[in-house]
Design a protein around this ligand. Structure first.
Ligand code: ADP
Ligand code: ZN
Length: 210
């Protein structure tokens, strides 16, 4: 099954993707994680992307599409995948279609903006493997250390309140139109994401299986 997880920054796409990956044994392909990795490694794509990311803007389509195209071609994506954070523009959705990638379902995780703003201050991410945590809702077992890989868990520069506002604005302008794009293709399923993580996971798995 090939799926897209759609939703505002901080809606919980990454968290739910981790759960569903384990359940269905397919990889989650997060363009945000790929880009942060590229920045860390100082690759040409990373150097080009960094300033956009720090400001809360989208990275230009051609850069992200290139990275995603390479990733989706790898062997582990042959039996299905979850796209987390891609596509984020109509142009990216069209690029996916032009690559001949079949999408079975688009799961929209819906969370009101007010709840997002409150959530983001507690969000943390692993520097090593990119797993996401929250100091209150999903703490690490050992403070500051990733449960999965033992690397350091940090706050992202773009999780500052001003930047979160910019990212929400970008989401509504550039990404939210994808809801109609996939609705008109009969692929969109919406899941309420403002409650507990476990509750959202239950709804997400039901949406996938239903
Ligand atoms: P979140 O979902 O919390 O906003 P991500 O980790 O998915 O965070 O993305 C972080 C940043 O990486 C975005 O703000 C954006 O700058 C960049 N990015 C990630 N995916 C894309 C994409 N598909 N198109 C353009 N920019 C992207
Ligand atoms: Zn880790």
């Amino acid at each position: 099954m090939n799926m897209i997880f759609l939703g505002a920054p901080g809606a919980g796409k990454g968290t739910q993707a981790e759960v569903v990956c384990r359940e269905l044994n397919i990889p989650a392909l997060s363009t945000g994680n790929m880009l942060r990795e590229a920045v860390k490694n100082g690759t040409p794509a990373g150097l080009a992307a960094k300033d956009y990311m720090d400001r809360g803007d989208l990275v230009p389509d051609e850069i992200v599409i290139g990275i995603l195209k390479d990733r989706i071609a790898k062997d582990d994506a042959k039996n299905g995948f979850i796209l987390d954070g891609f596509p984020r523009t109509v142009a990216q959705a069209e690029a996916l279609e032009n690559m001949g990638v079949r999408i079975d379902k688009v799961i929209e995780i819906d969370v009101p903006d007010e709840a997002i703003t409150a959530r983001m201050s507690g969000r943390r991410v692993c520097e090593g493997c990119g797993n996401s945590y929250h100091i209150k809702f999903k703490p690490t077992k050992v403070e500051g250390i990733c449960d999965a890989c033992g690397a350091k868990v940090v706050q992202r520069i773009d999780d500052k309140p001003e930047t979160v506002q910019a990212r929400l604005k970008t989401y509504h302008e550039k990404t939210a139109p994808l809801k109609d794009y996939y609705k008109s293709r009969g692929k969109l399923v919406t899941v309420q994401g403002q409650n507990e993580i476990e509750e959202t996971s239950r709804l997400t798995l039901a949406a996938i299986k239903g």
